[in-house]
Design a protein around this ligand. Structure first.
Ligand code: SF4
Length: 412
């Protein structure tokens, strides 16, 4: 049985994630009141472009009636388009069979247009949300971008978001400085308070750029986690999304009850691919030490509380010369190995930068993703591991399938 044959929410979500959505006037209307997409819609050659500019703002996240969350990707060739209006409700329509289903979009919340007590825009305070997940990223600049060895950058090959530049300057982050400025934490506090007053938050995720010294990175995350704890009176579950840290450092997080789960992102399975895809993580932490830190975390927080985000599909980039069957086999082997250690990998769909000119590009990636999703579900069941609802859930997982696959018949 393939994922496509299952008439389930994960199958529908996968289809829309891969095929994207065509531009329409209803989509344009939705963009006016929805959380904006990081990537504008780009009209293809010959496509009617009412903006006359070649691109348009579109919503970021779509929500189905059963609360499945799907990231919106613009695609002028897609059979999917949006009809309806804010007043009457939106429908996602499919040209192939003429069917449609009711949808909504993640709204633009009002805190995003508010300012902190010192007049700083809350939208730039290092706080963001996708539905019930609140992400804190007050030091996003990653030192791996600043390092080269043998002429090769140490940044992860797929990463476009960690460059220390003008996007990070407003947070007061200075290269080489470990401490987060007090004013940055104060603004974060105010933005968090505003978010929690406006919408229900069920998970808090601490992330940030890496430092070449993992102990110093641990110090920074300790400072951050202590500050977050001070403005989390209801004890919403917090996840530590740093690099893999030493056992002493992990013990401190555990003893102070600063976080409820950890997620150290291995990104890719196999020592060889890890060294190729994540040269900085490999050089400054190391593959074996990364996995050992995840195992240490399982000893402290227990099975079901330790995660590793994986970039599903990066192995299909041309330089790794893998066919999709071998790539899926290797990824499933990795899932088996990690789950046997009590570690839960979470796979986010990656759109490879290279190889898009290949006619079979889309089908290779989709075959890989679907086989992995099904194979990995069986592994989770066999190891009796579920994604903990305090870490992530189907309401906030917009590029991952695990929570959608594991929920059974609930509609909340
Ligand atoms: S560690 Fe890798 S993925 Fe994370 S910010 Fe740095 S380069 Fe990007």
């Amino acid at each position: 049985m393939s994922l496509r044959e299952l008439e389930t929410s994960p199958a529908f979500k996968t289809e829309v994630m891969f095929e994207g959505i065509r531009y329409s006037s209803a989509l344009a209307e939705a963009a006016e009141h929805s959380l904006p997409n990081y990537y504008p819609y780009r009209f293809r050659k010959g496509e009617a472009d009412p903006t006359g500019t070649g691109k348009a703002q579109i919503p970021y996240l779509m929500i189905t009636e059963d609360n499945t969350l799907i990231r919106v990707m613009g695609n002028g060739n897609s059979p999917w388009s949006v009809e309806g209006s804010r007043e009457s409700g939106y429908r996602l329509c499919n040209d192939r069979d003429g069917n449609s289903r009711n949808i909504s979009f993640e709204p633009q919340l009002s805190w995003l247009s508010q300012t902190t007590s010192d007049g700083f825009p809350m939208a730039q305070a290092g706080v963001s949300t996708h539905r019930d997940m609140l992400v804190i990223n007050v030091a996003p600049g990653c030192e791996y971008f600043l390092k080269k060895h043998d002429g090769r950058s140490m940044r992860c090959t797929f990463c476009s978001y960690g460059a220390p530049d003008e996007r990070t300057a407003h947070l007061g982050q200075i290269a080489g400085q470990v401490e987060i400025p007090a004013i940055t934490l104060q603004r974060m506090n105010e933005a968090m308070t505003a978010v929690m007053a406006e919408t229900e938050v069920r998970h808090i995720y601490l992330v940030g750029g890496s430092l070449t010294d993992p102990d110093l990175e641990g110090e920074r995350f300790l400072q951050l986690a202590r500050a977050v704890k001070a403005c989390n009176p209801d004890g919403i579950p917090v996840c530590l999304g740093s690099a893999a840290l030493s056992s002493d450092m992990l013990q401190t997080f555990y003893d102070e009850k600063l976080v409820d789960a950890v997620c150290f992102n291995l990104e890719i399975w196999s020592e060889k691919l890890f060294a190729q895809v994540c040269p900085g993580k490999n050089r400054y932490v190391g593959y074996d030490d990364w996995i050992a830190a995840l195992e240490n975390a399982v000893r402290l927080w227990g099975r079901g509380r330790v995660y590793s985000a994986m970039v599903a599909g990066v192995e299909l980039e041309p330089e790794y010369a893998m066919n999709w069957e071998d790539a899926a086999k290797l990824a499933i082997e990795g899932a088996e190995d990690l789950c046997s250690r009590g570690i839960i990998p979470v796979y986010s769909l990656h759109w490879p930068a290279g190889g898009k000119e290949r006619a079979d590009y889309q089908s290779r990636l989709r075959n890989f993703f679907e086989r992995l999703a099904l194979g990995y579900q069986e592994i989770r069941q066999r190891h009796d591991l579920q994604v903990w609802d305090g870490f992530m859930c189907h309401r906030c997982a917009y590029m991952q399938l695990e929570c959608d696959m594991d929920r059974t018949g609930e509609s909340g």
